[in-house]
Design a protein around this ligand. Structure first.
Ligand SMILES: Cc1cc2nc3c(=O)[nH]c(=O)nc-3n(C[C@H](O)[C@H](O)[C@H](O)COP(=O)(O)O)c2cc1C
Length: 377
């Protein structure tokens, strides 16, 4: 078992959430090999212990896309976050704001972008999927721009949805899913009271704002499933480059050639990611893919990385492998599901402390000082 700041929150989330939601968060594609390797490859990265380096003043701050952040961490886009905690997107964004780190709102969030913007002071990034309905994409870009979003995260590793068999077993999908979800909700009264009753509406805020009609979980699965666009290519994205005024971060890069293509496209950032092992099982873990990508494009584009980060120590490992900043997915979602805003705030505090210890014992004082020389070969 891997002991990390997220282990306890994961267990608490398992107890609190109806199983269909817990497994939706926790699961990955097919046999979940990549999901497991994301975590184990990262935790296998050994660091060089250095001593007597005067590490009295450790500074975690960084500048990313012209903004100063309290630590090199961004909360990743996670769909349906408002189903894991009451108005979950707002709670997570508030915890992010307190730490001066960005919160990324998923296309398929429960809270719409203006609700999150109104109710928190976090720097909000907006994540967009490539969807067949280009009208929706244009509308979402306009709403994000109007809400003051400066950074667009464009997720490109979902031309088709991955096959996640846990969802069929858990009641998220499959036969009698609606009945099974109902039964699970009533047998998890804390969640039912907090989110099921008081966390309404359970819309997909950004999508219902566009379609002008309430949407729910069934619509989410139906609309999204029908709307992923497998025909998309780099050329088709030019209009986004021309439309969006701020920074563009391409999320879902795992190959050196694609990283170079993102630079040619004019992206300001990439996220080295396999979607937390939720898309193609059997692809490389982010930890293994990252060093070659960093060799190819470091300095030309900001490199973020996610998939498998479970502690502040893991953040330092990702930076040592070549990332400029890390994105947290399940780590913050487990904390949110377990204890709402306070859980995410505490998780970020623990990450902060773990990063400081890792930096002190590898002899670095600044984030810029973390590079491959701190890895033990
Ligand atoms: C429940 C869940 C929902 C997700 N929804 C989205 C999404 O809507 N958009 C997106 O770009 N990535 C989504 N992701 C992927 C995350 O942004 C991130 O890449 C991934 O969680 C990183 O892996 P980790 O959770 O192992 O750290 C989702 C991940 C999870 C676990």
């Amino acid at each position: 078992m891997i002991i990390s700041a997220t282990t306890d929150y994961r267990e608490a989330a398992r107890r609190r959430l109806p199983p269909f939601l817990f497994h939706y968060i926790d699961g990955g594609a097919y046999a979940e090999h990549t999901l497991r390797h994301n975590v184990s490859d990262l935790s296998d990265v050994a660091l060089r212990q250095r001593v007597l380096c005067d590490v009295a003043d450790i500074d975690l701050s960084v500048t990313l896309f012209g903004r100063s952040l309290g630590m090199p961490v961004v909360l990743a886009p996670v769909g349906l976050t408002g189903m894991y905690a009451r108005r979950g997107e707002v709670q997570a964004a508030r915890a992010a704001a307190a730490r001066q780190v960005p919160f990324t709102l998923s296309t398929v969030s429960v809270c719409a972008i203006d609700e999150v913007q109104r109710q928190s002071s976090a720097p909000i990034w907006f994540q967009l999927y490539v969807l067949k309905d280009r009208g929706f994409m244009r509308d979402a870009l306009e709403r994000a721009q109007a809400a003051g979003v400066e950074t667009l995260v464009f997720t490109v590793d979902m031309p088709v949805p991955g096959a996640r068999y846990r969802d069929a077993h858990s009641g998220m999908s499959g036969p009698n899913a609606a009945w099974r979800r109902m039964l699970q909700a009533v047998t998890h009264p804390r969640w039912a009271w907090d989110v099921g009753i008081h966390g309404r509406p359970h819309d997909l805020g950004n999508i219902s704002a566009y379609r002008g009609a309430a949407t729910g979980l069934a619509d989410y699965i139906g609309w999204l499933g029908a709307n992923f666009d497998p025909s998309i290519s780099w050329r088709d994205l030019q209009w986004i480059r021309d439309t969006w005024k701020g920074s563009i971060v391409i999320k879902g890069i795992l190959d050196v050639e694609d990283a170079r293509e993102a630079v040619r496209f004019g992206a300001q950032g990439i996220v080295v990611s396999n979607h937390g092992g939720r898309q193609l099982d059997g692809v490389l873990s982010s930890a293994r893919a990252l060093p070659a990508i960093a060799d190819a494009v470091k300095g030309q584009v900001s490199i973020l990385a996610d998939s498998g980060i479970r502690s502040g120590l893991d953040v330092v490992r990702m930076l040592a492998l070549g990332a400029d900043a890390a994105m947290l997915g399940r780590a913050f979602i487990y904390a949110l599901a377990a204890d709402g805003q306070a859980g995410v705030a505490n998780l970020l505090e623990l990450f902060d402390r773990e990063m400081r210890v890792a930096m002190a014992l590898t002899g670095v004082r600044t984030i810029a000082g973390i590079d491959s020389t701190i890895i033990a070969r």
